[in-house]
Every structure is written in C-alpha cells, then in structure tokens.
Design a binder for this molecule. Structure first.
Ligand code: DP6
Length: 322
C-alpha cells in the first residue's frame, strides 16, 4: 500500500478567493488557471497498520500545521477503499514552499493521486479533482494540464465543484516567468486570508457577484487564444482580488515594494510592445505570463529589478507527470 505521484503546480488567471463551505472546501467563485510544467511536487504515501496516526514530512521537515488537510483528503480515500490504516506521507517541492507559489495546489493534488494509487482505487479525473479540492481548492485544478477551469458548483455536497480541461498546453504554449521577491513562507495563508476577506472586506460581495463576468471573459479569451483579452481580464481579476484583501480588517497586503516595482516593469514592457501580463497570488511573488517566445526578454527585465532574488521560467505543463 505504497505509491508516489509527481504533479505540476498551477496559477490562476481568474482567481479563486472565498468559500461557500469551509467544511467541504467549496469555492464561492469559479477560477481559470494554467498548469506550470517546471514547478512540481513529488509525494509518496504509504498506508501502514502499525502507525498510530498520519504523519507528514514536507521538504524534510515534519509539518503538523499542514497535517489536518492531508488527513481530510486521506480520509475521503480511506472510506472509498474501506481501509483504516494511517499513512506516512513524504512530499517534496522543487520550488519555495508556502510563499505564494502554489505549493498547496501541486502538493495536495500529488497527495490525492499517490494515495489513490496506494489504495488501488480507480478514480476518474473528475473524482480526483473533487477529492483534491477538499484538501486545497487550487489543487483541484492541478489534476489537469494546460488551461483549466474550476467550477464553483451549486450543490451543497460539492459534487459539482470540480475542475476540467479548457485547452491543451500545446495548443497555446504561453510562457511564465516568476520573480521571487521573498523566500520565507507567507504570514497569512490563502485559507486564512480568504476567510478574513469574506468576514470583513466590504468589497467581498461585489467580488463574488462579478466573478461570472470575469470567468466568461477569461474562458472566451483562452478558447479564442486572444492574448490581449486575457491580459485585460487576468490583471483585473488579480488586482480585484488584492483590493478585496487589502480592504479586509485587519488589512491583508501580500505585496512588498519589489512586487510593485515588478508590476511597473511589466506595464512598461507591454507599452513597448511585449505581449506580457502579470498575476500575483497570496504572496509577494510576481508571475509574468507572456506569449510564446517572449520569456527570455521578460526574464531579463525582471532579473534586473532590485529586490528580485531569483527568476524561474516555465512553460505550461500536463498536470500529472509521474
Ligand atoms: C490566491 O487553494 O491555497 O492562489 O482552498 O484554502 O487551500 P485553500 O486555498 P488555496 O487558495 C488559492 C488562492 C489563490 C488564487 C487561486 O489559486 O485561484
């Protein structure tokens, strides 16, 4: 009862922020993401009757703080398999963990797939997506490659809250440059940040109310491979999410000065004709998305911004890679 899985991270272009159910981790809004080929989590799961409880080693360290969501995901699979044994989980990210680089997305998706394999469960991609969602909303999207849409769904049990493929990675091979501006883990997790936003941001209800329009625009842009339209709606969704978070009480500002400097560099590049836009998650890293063939030029510009510690370049990936 031991297996492993290697799964790519993803970043949302139309953001998920807020839940209708914390118990089932059902998002309040749908989202659209791209799966990143060079950023991945590798997770090994071993079910062992002799273990008193689940254990998690993440990047070489025991992580009790992350164990709750891991156990929730494993429980869903244990029930399906009729197995009660606890599991030993060992996971590794090939990029900084918990710093707004989508580590929970790839991590929880890899956990779901490895555990399903270890329990010899034959599950459809949709079922895997629903189970991964209950570990982390963004993980539901990492089951798929390329461009992915996550449906918020409307049933109270979350059975229609899953991701599915929108467009294959090689159909529109966009490139991504990540500017790492801080290496530590963020002080307020996405989970806590979205809860704080829902409870106290006066803009939260408008965020939810306008999400369908953004999703429609985003989906049309992806399916029509319209980079300009995708630029407009993706930056809007990102900045709107951050505006909601900034207006929470206490406020949530995930950016640092370098993040803002990078935003201006992207706008300057765009004004000079480079097809590029940015997105930023619950952390200070900036992700620049550019049309095929432009990542070297974008990387060069971001590398020179004072405060940028490292840049990572990636294309789109297939989701499950091992
Ligand atoms: C800002 O999926 O990490 O990256 O469901 O609570 O685990 P939980 O949250 P998580 O939130 C991701 C938020 C985001 C936007 C996005 O990926 O859509």
């Amino acid at each position: 009862m031991k297996a492993a899985a290697k799964v790519c991270a993803n970043i949302a272009l139309i953001k998920y922020w807020g839940k209708v159910s914390t118990a089932l981790n059902i998002p309040a809004v749908g989202s659209i993401s791209i799966t990143l080929g060079n950023l991945w989590s590798e997770t090994e799961v071993e079910f062992d009757e002799s273990l008193p409880s689940d254990t998690l080693i993440l990047d070489g360290q025991s992580r009790l703080d992350q164990l709750g969501r891991v156990t929730e995901c494993l429980d869903l699979l244990r029930v399906r398999a009729g197995v009660e044994a606890s599991a030993r989980v060992v996971s590794h990210n090939n990029f900084p963990t918990g710093a707004g680089l989508a580590s929970s997305a790839s991590g929880l998706a890899a956990l779901t797939i490895a555990a399903a394999r270890a329990l010899a469960l034959e599950l459809s991609p949709r079922s895997l997506s629903i189970i991964a969602r209950q570990g982390s909303g963004s993980a539901a999207r990492s089951i798929f490659g390329g461009f992915v849409e996550m449906h918020a769904g409307s049933t109270p049990d979350g059975s229609d809250s899953f991701a599915e493929s929108l467009l294959a990675a090689d159909t529109w091979p966009l490139e991504v440059v990540i500017a790492v501006t801080e290496r530590g883990e963020k002080s307020v997790s996405s989970r806590a940040g979205m809860e704080q936003s829902a409870l106290s941001s006066p803009y939260y209800s408008d965020w939810v109310a306008t999400s369908t329009v953004d999703l429609d625009r985003g989906r049309r842009a992806v399916l029509g491979r319209d980079f300009e339209q995708l630029t407009n709606v993706a930056e809007h969704s990102c900045l709107k999410m951050h505006a909601v978070a900034m207006a929470a009480q206490p406020p949530l500002v995930y950016w640092n000065a370098t993040t803002v400097a990078c935003m201006h560099v992207i706008w300057d590049l765009r004004h000079s004709g480079v097809p590029v836009f940015f997105t930023i998650d619950a952390g200070p890293q900036l992700k620049a998305v550019c049309a095929p063939g432009f990542s070297q030029e974008v990387e060069k510009a971001l590398r020179d911004v004072p405060g940028v510690l490292e840049t990572l370049i990636t294309g789109l990936g297939p989701g499950i890679i091992g």
